[in-house]
Design a binder for this molecule. Sequence first.
Ligand SMILES: *[C@@H]1O[C@H](CO)[C@@H](O)[C@H](O)[C@H]1NC(C)=O
Ligand SMILES: *[C@@H]1O[C@H](CO)[C@@H](O)[C@H](O)[C@H]1NC(C)=O
Ligand SMILES: [Zn+2]
Length: 421
Amino acid sequence: MWTSWWLWALVAVCTGDQFRDEAERIMRGTPVIDGHNDLPWRLLTMFNNRLQIERANLTSLANTHTNIPKLRAGFVGGQFWSAYTPCDTQNKDAVKRTLEQIDVIQRMCQMYPETFVCVTNSAGARRPQPALLTGVRQAFREGRVASLVGVEGGHSIDSSLGVLRTLYRLGMRYLTLTHSCNTPWADNWLVDTGEDKAESQGLSHFGQSVVKEMNRLGVIIDLAHVSVATMKAALRLSTAPVIFSHSSAYSLCQHRRNVPDDVLRLVNQTGSLVMVNFYNDYVSCRQEATLSQVADHLDHIKKVAGAGAVGFGGDFDGVSRLPVGLEDVSKYPDLVAELLRRRWTEAEVRGALANNLLRVFEAVEQVSDHTQSPEEEPIPAAQLQASCRTMYGYSEAPSLHRQPGALLASLTTVLLGLGLL
Ligand SMILES: *[C@@H]1O[C@H](CO)[C@@H](O)[C@H](O)[C@H]1NC(C)=O
Ligand SMILES: *[C@@H]1O[C@H](CO)[C@@H](O)[C@H](O)[C@H]1NC(C)=O
Ligand SMILES: [Zn+2]
């Protein structure tokens, strides 16, 4: 009796290790590309973006979910770093703060070139120009973390297609259409809870131009944080697959940040991707959650949308509560071991780790067409909140630089012309 218990325990331990070993073997060839990490926001709030001060050393950074040893232990090979600025910057300094967050990501790559390489495409070949043109697959081969910029929140473009294009040139490869606030052209998830009013019924006419321009440029459309109507409008309109960079399954946890099943079916039909968020509140709808519950979300999305539609978008350093077993970025192999325990095939696991994202990214690159004319039609002036902005370009009124005398003279001319003087 004693012997059989002892044997049973030994077998249990060995099989546990076996899945974990298998996970590491797979991840040595196909490391994880995570959809959303808020370390840049932490660097702003902890150090005001000063990377050179000693406490900010990313090798020994403490009190964060992310640092270099943890990324290594977690087999992280690609990361969309979030260039995030909160909704209270909308119509104020959102563009400036977004530029600063892109800058801090690029300085991370410069300061730690053995660990990070900033990339802007999926490719395997190193192009003639170094650094910015290296692709994800090349970074994998070099054993460095392919570092991509994801801009979190449409308010970051300040309703300007010119800003959208400029952010693309600075390396932005996804734009989340909203954060947790409406933009003048797209509605956010709080519309679905009733906390915000629907303004664009998904996407306004200008919002549709934004999506078309993202397709033309080759920027992935990210639907985390948007309302269900916005999800459906973008999925219908986009000619390339889209992603949810950090969202989980609504049918397992009825939080409006999550993706409902009817949308998951559209995800399947469009070859799109849901990168599962680990935040307890979206995983279990409670303060506590477990790694196994995260695997339930991955299982559910696989069941409804297909194994090709699953990815990881941990939201590390952007959330306050994480599941037991997924406390920081070193824990991805434990989640992969759990999927193997649940009989995911090696190909399915490699898909969830990186290949599904690479498939979407390549399709987005394929659809992009820089020979096509850019979208030019500005947002209507009436849709902008003007308290903190000038309105140059919108009005035929006399230029503000004219002297009051000149203004009076032209007014006189107009009135004379109308026969009023
Ligand atoms: C960070 O600290 C390590 C030692 O822990 C040191 O080797 C490295 O040069 C430091 N990096 C920077 C950029 O200061
Ligand atoms: C969509 O579903 C079909 C049928 O179940 C499946 O063959 C296909 O692989 C799915 N697509 C993705 C992206 O997983
Ligand atoms: Zn977010």
